[in-house]
Design a protein around this ligand. Structure first.
Ligand code: NAD
Length: 493
């Protein structure tokens, strides 16, 4: 198709403040090699200015003091503006991330749903009252906004992850400073511009673009930031937790994964094959909950693997602005090389390569062919480490016990999927899988109502749903004495 990207140049968004930084970050699309965006490389001073603005807006501004109905109306208006601008925003995601347009449009639909759902939560915040404390006492327990929230976002789903955090925090009454990924800051800046049009007051949202160090570090270390909501790699997550210790601020860390996709012999094979492909090749495998470890019952393995491999080979790689593109580009040359090192390890450690296994630089892009490795043993590197590319590992199992043990044989615990028509199997296996999400006959399936987050090295804290909303609140108990107090001390006067 003839879509032509224009170069977009962005500043940071901090009300009443302009950056002194002269450094810019050039974003070259990984799908075409063309310059598409330029972002300010923010400094520690920029982060400090944004934090001060957010602090003032929280301590003295109108936003935390509006009624839930008023906040909801603004969030709904914002959702409508995003819907009107959907195609343009999706094209920015395609340019900066290198993902296929079909997926970027799906992401934007998800963004709109997240905003709408968060708006509904703003109207429902409520507490508990205790009237059983005796005739002269009553107490209520309620939720307050946690305060100023620092949000650190990765590059794989820039708009979606913004929408999993920002409207939920705003619904609770918080003010926020967003640090998008240095690779893909465009949609965070564009969405924030729409916030102004929707009526979000000054100071409530700032966006400081730039690198993790200094901008992200400043957010985590600042005593004026009450909570940090981080999504990214497990290694950086560890650093976030360590850096939060000095100020003892709350953090939530949504980290990496190595999800299993378990195919039992009685599964609907058409559905399971489609799900297995979607699970691992969606967003070119740059997805935290990608079903990268396919565990298949030996009884059906040969047929299953043969059909799946044929379909993997037929997927359309590249031409990401075309409606029929299936697989997008790796985010950077460094990441492409990292994914390739796993392709080498898969081969050298003895897995059987059935499809892909190579780089594809068509159209100037950084593509990896959809890759399928069979006969992957649990001690192989590709079974154990997060690859974050379109690489599927297949391991066969004989019993349900073995399938559960293989699925849990990982340091991660983000999500797992089960494919079976037997309700007993599904019902008994789901609770035994050590992950924050389990899918049954579906995969990479999330929504605004259902909390998402990790066990083990996939992190802690939840996003979305009521639980995700509550992350942005503090619980306060107010205990009131009614009538005259009985004195504690005998002395009078
Ligand atoms: P990353 O950890 O390299 O970067 C994430 C963000 O942290 C970026 O904005 C980066 O600039 C910032 N950052 C880097 N160093 C920092 C520091 N010292 N202090 C503060 N901030 C810092 O991750 P990435 O490469 O952008 O994203 C890929 C990773 O994210 C994968 O591991 C993936 O599994 C994970 N991820 C997890 C989820 C989830 O919900 N669990 C969702 C999407 C992605």
């Amino acid at each position: 198709m003839n879509y032509v990207s224009t170069v977009r140049e962005y500043g940071i968004v901090v009300d009443g403040y302009s950056t002194g930084s002269l450094q810019m970050i050039d974003r070259v699309s990984p799908a075409s090699g063309r310059l598409v965006s330029r972002f300010v490389s923010g400094t520690a001073e920029d982060a400090a200015a944004a934090i001060a603005v957010a602090r003032k807006a929280f301590d003295d501004g109108p936003w935390p003091r509006l009624s839930g109905l008023e906040r909801a109306a603004i969030l709904r208006r914002w959702a409508d503006l995003i819907a009107e601008d959907k195609e343009r925003l999706a094209r920015i995601e395609v340019d900066e991330v290198g993902k296929p347009i079909r997926m970027a449009r799906g992401d934007l639909d998800g963004v709109i749903d997240l905003f709408q759902f968060a708006a509904s939560l703003a109207m429902q915040v409520h507490g508990e009252t205790y009237t059983n404390l005796g005739p002269d006492k009553t107490a209520w327990v309620h939720r307050e906004p946690v305060g100023v929230v620092g949000m650190i976002i990765p590059w794989n789903f820039p708009a979606i992850i913004y929408a999993q955090k920002v409207p939920y925090a705003l619904a609770a009454g918080c003010t926020v400073v967003v640090k998008p990924s240095e690779f893909t800051s465009g949609t965070a800046l564009e969405l924030t511009r729409l916030a102004r049009e929707a009526g979000v007051p000054d100071g409530v949202i700032s966006v400081v673009t730039g690198f993790g160090d200094p901008v992200g570090e400043a957010l985590v270390k600042s005593p004026d930031v009450d909570f940090v909501s981080f999504t990214g790699s497990t290694n950086v997550g560890r650093r976030i937790v360590a850096n939060s210790a000095e100020t003892l601020k709350r953090v939530s860390v949504e980290l990496g994964g190595k999800s299993a996709n378990i195919i039992f012999a009685d599964a609907d094979l058409d559905d399971a094959i489609d799900g297995a492909l979607f699970g691992v090749f969606f967003n070119q495998g740059e997805c935290c909950c990608a079903g990268t470890r396919l565990l298949v019952d030996e009884a059906i393995a040969d047929t299953f693997v043969e059909r799946l491999t044929a379909r993997a080979k037929a997927m359309k790689v590249g031409s990401v602005h075309d409606d029929d593109s299936d697989v997008g580009a790796m985010i950077s040359e460094t990441h492409l090389n990292r994914v390739c090192s796993y392709l080498d390890k898969g081969r050298s450690e003895g897995a059987r390569l059935l499809a892909g296994g190579d780089v594809d630089r068509s159209g100037g892009g950084l593509f990896v062919q959809p890759t399928v490795f069979d006969h992957v043993a649990p001690d192989m590197t590709i079974f154990r480490e997060e690859i974050f590319g379109p690489v599927l590992s297949i391991t066969r199992f004989k019993t349900t016990e073995e399938a559960v043990a293989l699925a849990n044989d990982t340091t991660y615990g983000l999500a797992n999927a089960i494919w079976t028509k037997n309700f007993d199997t599904a019902h008994q296996v789901a609770p035994r899988l050590r992950s924050g999400t389990v899918w049954i006959n579906t995969v990479v399936d999330t929504g605004p109502q259902t909390p998402f987050g990790g066990y083990k090295a996939s992190g802690f804290g939840r996003e979305m749903g009521q639980a995700g909303f509550e992350e942005f609140t503090n619980v306060k108990s107010v205990i009131a004495r009614l009538g005259k107090r009985t004195p504690y001390y005998a002395t009078k006067g």
